[in-house]
Design a binder for this molecule. Sequence first.
Ligand code: PGA
Length: 249
Amino acid sequence: MVLLVSNWKMAPETKQKSLALARATNTLAKKYKKKIDWVVCPPFLTIATVQKLLKSATLGAQTVASRIEVAQTGLIGASMLRDFGVRYVIVGHSEARSRGETNEIVAQQIGQLLEKKIVPIICVGERERDPQGWYLGTLKEQVETAISHIPKAMLKNIVFAYEPVWAIGKDAERVATAAECHAMIIFIRKIIADRFDDKSAGSIPVLYGGSVDELNARTFIVEGTAQGLLMGRVSLDAKRLAKLVESLG
Ligand code: PGA
């Protein structure tokens, strides 16, 4: 099974467009349900609107509060998400990190989610690559802190996503190659294996994200060995999305 995650970010802009996108995504999720597990992460505001339409997909969200106090203006907690049917939440996305979410905050978010039986999709990735390879240290720290409080028995309830920041969004420097994706997935697994063991590390799905589209999706899965894809812009375009899933074969 391939895990596809639609990260709608701050889109679509209207209720009507959100409903149309949810309908189109659900049609694809239904058609390919034998091969694909599909998670859709709409903005908080849209979750309740599209929920009923996403029958063949699983509902996700894009972040969560790191602490449970009620007095947190503007934030949404794990228990509220759980009650609204959310089963996956993206944490540590580079766009959230650039707004101030640290590795420690991400670790707290993971704790909140696991407690409510919600699967965290833990995003890790370097901002840029330096010839000396220091960026590997950044990634190591992100992964190590994320798993620092996770009990071994909970490892089956997490997903990692390798998202090099330089490959994300319309201003991306370039798209990562399948070989780069493969190498980093091995690296992430190795860090997890060092803390736990090979078997546990091998059982955690690691996705790839960053300018995934209908032309490169298959390569990331087949050659890049990603167990799935975290999709930004392409997840908002039903026609391209249809081509993408078709390309996965
Ligand atoms: P993109 O976004 O596919 O638009 O590059 C990916 C992401 O940020 O998760």
